[in-house]
Design a protein around this ligand. Structure first.
Ligand SMILES: [Fe+2]
Length: 111
């Protein structure tokens, strides 16, 4: 099995939102990643987004782990901000983990 086989993307999305949606403010160098932007994902002990991780693809192709947000079940919404020198990156990718529905991915190009 390949790791990529367990990653789900927009094509797997059902009635709940799992994709980590990435927004950037290039002027301020802010990366905002949220799951459930349009419709909140459940946030209970039984069903929740446990964490979000964000990776940057540098202009030379190297990958940088930008950061991780871990969320308290039933308390903290899966919504994180990072301050990033965006000019060094050509793309950003994010992972989100739902304890029921697995691992989700999304990427954006910055150029
Ligand atoms: Fe879920």
């Amino acid at each position: 099995m390949e790791f990529a086989e367990i990653l789900k993307g927009v094509e797997s999305e059902g009635k709940e939102n799992h994709l980590p949606v990435i927004d950037v403010d290039k002027e301020q160098g802010i990366v905002h990643v949220v799951v459930g932007k349009e419709k909140p994902h459940p946030n209970t002990m039984e069903h929740r987004i446990s964490w979000i991780e964000v990776f940057g693809v540098k202009n030379d192709g190297r990958i940088v782990c930008i950061g991780r947000g871990a969320f308290a079940a039933a308390y903290t919404s899966p919504d994180v901000y990072f301050k990033v020198p965006l000019k060094e990156f050509k793309a950003l990718c994010a992972l989100s983990y739902c304890n029921v529905h697995g691992l989700w991915q999304n990427c954006i190009e910055l150029v």
